[in-house]
Design a protein around this ligand. Structure first.
Ligand SMILES: [Ca+2]
Ligand SMILES: [Ca+2]
Ligand SMILES: [Ca+2]
Ligand SMILES: [Ca+2]
Length: 421
């Protein structure tokens, strides 16, 4: 037995393995491509050609030669062979080409003495893979109202090709937490969509894109009918059509993508954008005109304040009416954009009439506030005139004097007037 190794032909073989979650794709396929061999009797290294029909090479270990086929390479210069006792030890230095990437393989050994081959014996596994990556999401930011459908178009990539992806996900939450949230998933291998349950423990659903199904939990919904999936090259693009329920409104969330390939290797949750769900309109504007009266018959001015903590104010509109907020319309609803005051000129106001500003505000998701109204302003073209005040300026009296106090005034408009001291 001492020279058994002198009789050995060694072989090492990599092929697809039945191991892992994708046994339907990773069946044991005993094609003989991609493995190197060593013939001891001639001290030569070989690599099988792509077709598995002929040996490439025939060079001694240590030779500065790289043997290669479409799957990989055998670097003969770094491949060593040593024999001792009953054992032949071969250190195969191999590398794998992109065409071979994206799988978990089994490693097999086989040897032949001067008369017979062993069978192929599985001795281990080896993974050749390039990891997946989260791509982009569009829109990267924005806002919606409760129950409003939103299309998030997300890309997911794998250098091994989009079919190397096992599943992709989208999460909308304040952090990468999975309880009471909106997380959706597409399982590429079965072409099925899911939404995570409230507890974050179970994926619910299993409907194909295009199926007339709406999956939902307490926070939101995934509309399968209008979700789309497309693969091309290294990229899988999913258009997620989702909405958020009232229970989920009132916050700005982050959007996260997650992708996992067939190995499986995953990216974890990768933050990609923000999204706000706003279910409340702006506060009712507080409107202030220029006091109790104005002498102008042609212009009115007012300022106002309103706010929306979730999505801010996108637009204001004002209206001017006479006599009351529901009286005759002097200026119909007019936008001021984001300005919070207006000076309206060119008016033909009536002396003695009171005018009111009504203002409403729209937030970032298009919800309008209630209408706020000013307390009104009279048009008084001429303020009253004081004609005389008794005692007159500079008059002097003694302690014993009884001092008469009176005012004489008039109003050019004929308005009544009052005095106070
Ligand atoms: Ca991969
Ligand atoms: Ca709001
Ligand atoms: Ca006023
Ligand atoms: Ca007057």
């Amino acid at each position: 037995m001492g020279d058994l190794h002198n009789n050995l032909h060694g072989r090492r073989w990599l092929d697809e393995s039945a191991r892992g979650p994708f046994s339907d794709q990773h069946q044991y396929l005993p094609s003989e491509h991609g493995f190197p061999g060593y013939v001891r009797s001639t001290n030569k290294l070989y690599l099988l050609n792509n077709a598995g029909t002929a040996w490439i090479g025939g060079v001694a270990p240590g030779t500065n030669t790289v043997l290669e086929n479409s799957q990989g390479r055998l670097d003969c210069s770094q491949t060593t062979v040593t024999g001792s006792g009953t054992t032949l030890t071969v250190k195969w230095q191999v590398s794998y080409k992109p065409a071979y990437s994206g799988r978990v393989y089994s490693t097999y050994l086989r040897a032949k003495d001067n008369s017979a081959w062993t069978s192929w014996v599985q001795k281990g596994t080896w993974t050749v893979n390039r990891p997946p990556a989260a791509g982009t999401i569009a829109p990267a930011s924005g806002a919606s109202t409760p129950d409003q459908w939103v299309d998030f178009t997300a890309t997911y990539t794998d250098t091994d090709g989009w079919t190397n992806l096992k599943e992709v996900r989208l999460l909308v939450n304040t952090s990468a937490s999975l309880t009471n949230t909106v997380a959706v998933r597409y399982l590429r291998s079965t072409n099925q969509l899911y939404i995570l349950n409230d507890a974050g423990t179970t994926w619910m659903g299993g409907s194909a894109p295009g199926a007339n199904v709406i999956l939902e939990n307490a926070q939101g919904r995934l509309n399968c009918a209008l979700a789309t999936v497309a693969g091309s090259g290294t990229t899988l693009t999913v258009k997620w059509r989702v909405n958020f329920k009232v229970a989920y409104a009132g916050k700005t969330y982050k959007t996260y993508l997650y992708v996992e390939d067939n190995i499986p290797v995953n990216t974890g949750w990768v933050e990609k954008g923000t999204w706000t769900v706003d279910g409340t309109p702006p506060t009712t504007p507080v409107v202030t005109d220029d006091g109790p009266y104005t002498e102008s018959r042609t212009q009115l001015h007012a300022t106002w304040t309103s706010s929306d903590p979730e999505t801010g104010i996108a637009e204001h509109q004002y209206q001017i009416t006479q006599d009351s907020a529901t009286g005759r319309v002097i200026v119909p609803w007019t936008s001021t954009g984001t300005a919070t005051e207006v000076t309206k000129t060119g008016l033909s106001l009536t002396h003695g009439k009171k005018y009111f500003f009504s203002v409403k505000a729209k937030n970032g998701v298009g919800l309008w506030s209630a209408v706020g109204v000013s307390d009104g302003i009279f048009v008084d073209v001429n303020a009253p005139t004081i004609n005389a005040i008794n005692p007159a300026d500079g008059a002097s009296y003694t302690e014993a004097d009884l001092v008469p106090i009176s005012v004489s005034a008039s109003d050019a408009d004929g308005d009544s007037w009052n005095t106070s001291f």
